[in-house]
Write a protein that binds this ligand. Structure first.
Ligand SMILES: [Zn+2]
Length: 484
């Protein structure tokens, strides 16, 4: 171990300790310090990981997928190093590795299996590294980190400012993938953009997906009350990034869509098509909780149940399942791990407030049209009366351009179970205007706190809070404080 690496890990830990003191855990500052001292820190620490390195990319679902994978591996007794809190650029990856190395290994926030503090200086005691990596940073990170597996959850249009168009995201990922030629891709086969990327890369890849059209089942609410994510036939005004074949430009033919551009597709012109699905979900039900079979060739189907909402979580779970199978690890404990899964804040976090905990508040991050669409769909599956708060900020982290609000199908909020809508955040007026065009009434509040306070006072006791990035911290802080 080089002296540089040792000094870099020491620097990272010192900065982490300072971050804790100043109440900024999960920041990427320790990583920035480590990289300054040793630009090779990621490579030298990653080389010590014993069993495997798995990175998770994709515009939606990275944190859930990565954390679930960590939980599964830790439940099997492995030591896992991870950036659980989602600091997913180069500095965040460096921070995760450096703060977990000895001497005096500190337990990074959200990191459950504390790394051993013994061992030689700069020693990293880890069986696996599970790291979510931002697509735009992937090529930088993969210069140093050579993963064994890369999960790609899917590619949807994200904050416009940060990534430009989806093409840029694809190019960035393509470059990153080429840097790790031995890496196996575990991909969402229902997404034509991801599938194209995998096929073009020449890497070995396995796909997960949902091959059957999801239809309302007995335990669904009445069919007319359900919007997507029940699969829709080949027509919709939702945004569809993958409408055209990436290979030849011809319009793709879809047998059906699940949501956004995900579905069963093929190109009638050049033959590009959805890849064979190795891990296939069937009999998906979403009430009272998410439940589905995983079908695999040559093995008996297993039924998975998760206390989660949202069809997109089927993909997150399938990705984790796929990696475990690829690693030849048992999957039996997946239901137990899912039962105990604690969402990171803002990913479907539930609070019970009020004197008798009679007020239910569900906080969800929604930062792009796909995320919003999915959150609205999940919310409408709850057929009990509810109040809704939407907070939209346009700080740098959120992306300054909020024109994507016009791509969200807010018209669906004209639903009898939605009793009231309160808008807030720096762009509350834009949000209110968007709703006005959807002919939906809303009121506004100066701050998220004020919005929540009002609805706790006069609401129906079932509150949904949908917020984008920077509004999330504010909302979370307030809800956590009030719940105490
Ligand atoms: Zn084509």
């Amino acid at each position: 171990m080089s002296l540089r690496t040792i000094l870099a890990t020491a620097a990272a830990k010192a900065v982490l300790a300072a971050c804790h003191l100043t109440g900024r855990p999960g920041s990427s500052l320790p990583g920035r310090a480590a990289l300054k001292v040793d630009p090779q820190i990621i490579a030298s620490l990653a080389a010590q990981v014993r069993r495997g390195i798995i990175v998770t990319c994709g515009t939606n679902g990275k944190t859930t997928t990565n954390n679930l994978l960590c939980d599964m591996l830790e439940a099997q007794g492995f030591r896992v190093v991870s950036n659980r809190l989602g600091a997913n650029m180069m500095e965040g990856v460096a921070a995760a590795l450096a703060t977990a190395a000895s001497p005096l290994a500190t337990r990074p926030p959200g990191y459950r299996s504390a790394p051993a503090s013994g061992g030689p200086l700069g020693y990293l005691d880890a069986d696996f590294a599970c790291l979510e990596v931002d697509e735009a940073s992937a090529a930088r990170v993969l210069q140093y980190l050579k993963p064994d597996y890369m999960i790609i959850t899917g590619l949807f249009r994200d904050q416009l400012d940060r990534y430009g168009e989806i093409d840029l995201t694809m190019k960035a990922l393509e470059k990153a993938i080429a840097l790790a030629p031995d890496m196996t891709l575990v991909i969402n086969g229902d997404d034509p953009l991801t599938a194209f990327l995998a096929q073009k890369s020449g890497h070995r890849f396995v796909a997960f997906g949902v091959s059957e059209q999801t239809t309302p089942e007995v335990d669904f609410p009445p069919a007319e009350a359900v919007s997507t994510p029940v699969s829709t036939p080949n027509s919709s005004d939702e945004i569809r990034e993958g409408r055209f074949c990436e290979n030849c430009g011809a319009p793709l033919h879809y047998d059906f869509y699940h949501f956004s551009q995900l579905g069963v597709y093929r190109c009638p012109s050049c033959g590009f098509k959805r890849p064979a699905i190795a891990y296939d979900a069937a009999r998906v039900t979403m009430t009272p909780q998410l439940s589905f079979d995983v079908l695999e060739e040559d093995s008996a189907p297993i039924r998975i149940s998760a206390p989660m909402t949202g069809f997109y979580n089927v993909y997150n779970i399938l990705a984790v399942y796929g990696v475990l199978r690829e690693l030849d690890l048992p999957t039996e404990s997946i239901n137990e791990v899912l039962r105990n899964y604690k969402p990171q804040f803002g990913r479907g976090e539930l609070f019970y407030l009020g004197r008798n905990r009679e007020q239910k508040v569900l906080l969800n991050l929604a930062k792009n049209p796909t995320g919003f669409g999915q959150n609205i769909a999940a919310m409408l599956q709850d057929r009990s009366p509810k109040d809704l708060i939407i907070a939209i900020n346009d700080n740098a982290q959120d992306g300054r351009d909020i024109s994507w609000l016009w791509d969200v199908d807010f018209e669906r909020l004209a639903d009898e179970t939605v009793l009231s809508i309160t808008v807030s955040g720096l762009r509350a007026l834009d949000m209110q205007l968007r709703l006005k065009y959807a002919e939906i009434a809303s009121t506004s509040a100066k701050t998220v706190e004020e919005a929540i306070e009002r609805r706790l006072a006069d609401g129906c006791g079932n509150l949904y809070v949908l917020v984008n990035y920077t509004a999330l911290y504010e909302a979370h802080k307030y809800l956590e404080g009030t719940a105490k």
